[in-house]
Design a protein around this ligand. Structure first.
Ligand code: SF4
Length: 271
């Protein structure tokens, strides 16, 4: 099968890509959040720009029937895919129909289903139940102190690091699929910060650790195209670049973490 010419890429409202992901390969994106970016965080590096609606309130943003009909259109095209990823315009676990979307995707695609989550709702049993239908869940952990959380992730006031740690712990105990920890590293960490991170990794025992660095420019104002990674499209907007860490520093950090935990560590320079 050959990839679609760029002028024939799917342009549906809730389905985008395929995106070339260093972690997962060719990934078809499902966006259960939609036009208004919505998240419990407002990360300084977020490629969506400033989050338009910050909330922990779960709701249905896009009807499941709409996503199913868009997926059925996509299956009629011969698009080579490695995974189908539920992410998009904010935090996907805020979508009350996440479980329905995962079940429907399972019916339509044989590829593994991935969910990228910021971990803030993992304390909710219904969220963990929905995520149990995913083959891979990438769980965000960018901070090891409340101060770092507030500086990097800028959560809604009711969320603290202890809630996130408790949620990840509960999820790890129940989830049967592949759980990865995804961490955005903006600048080199101190020895003390790395030690706290390693302590949490030993507690969580993820299947893989993914150290990320901001590889996509951050649009200053929300643009729907910034869900994907089409550089040509994103270049059209005013952007910020947050990468402050060097490749040598991320190499050294990955080696330290792997030596201490024996858990596979991946980061973009390996690909
Ligand atoms: S968690 Fe993800 S979607 Fe939410 S603000 Fe951070 S980077 Fe953006």
């Amino acid at each position: 099968m050959s990839a679609l010419p760029s002028n024939q890429k799917p342009r549906c409202a809730s389905i985008y890509g395929p995106v070339k992901s260093w972690r997962f390969g060719r990934s078809l994106g499902i966006d259960p959040v939609g036009i208004v970016s919505t998240c419990s965080f407002n990360c300084v590096y977020c490629q969506l720009g400033n989050i338009q609606q910050q909330t922990t309130q779960r709701q249905i943003f896009v009807p499941t029937s709409q996503i199913i009909s868009e997926l059925q259109v996509i299956t009629q095209r011969e698009i080579p895919l490695d995974v189908v990823t539920i992410s998009g315009s904010g935090e996907p676990t805020l979508a009350l129909n996440l479980g329905e979307i995962l079940a429907a995707t399972q019916e339509i695609f044989k590829q593994p289903k991935v969910v990228l989550t910021n971990s803030t709702l993992l304390g909710d049993q219904l969220v963990r139940k929905a995520l149990s239908l995913a083959d891979i869940v990438a769980v965000k952990l960018d901070a090891v102190s409340s101060n770092q959380l507030r500086q990097i992730n800028r959560p809604v006031e009711t969320i603290d690091l202890s809630d996130i740690i408790q949620g990840i712990t509960q999820f790890r105990q129940e989830y049967q699929g592949k759980m990865t920890i995804q961490t955005m590293v903006l600048s080199a960490w101190t020895t003390e910060t790395q030690a706290k991170y390693i302590h949490l990794l030993k507690l969580f025992q993820p299947d893989e650790i993914q150290l990320n660095i901001p590889s996509r420019n951050r649009t200053v104002v929300r643009q729907l195209e910034s869900r994907g990674n089409d550089i040509q499209e994103i270049r059209a907007y005013t952007c910020e670049n947050f990468q402050l860490i060097t490749h040598e520093e991320i190499n050294a950090m990955a080696a330290t973490i792997h030596n201490a935990t024996k858990i596979p560590v991946r980061y973009p320079t390996q690909n």
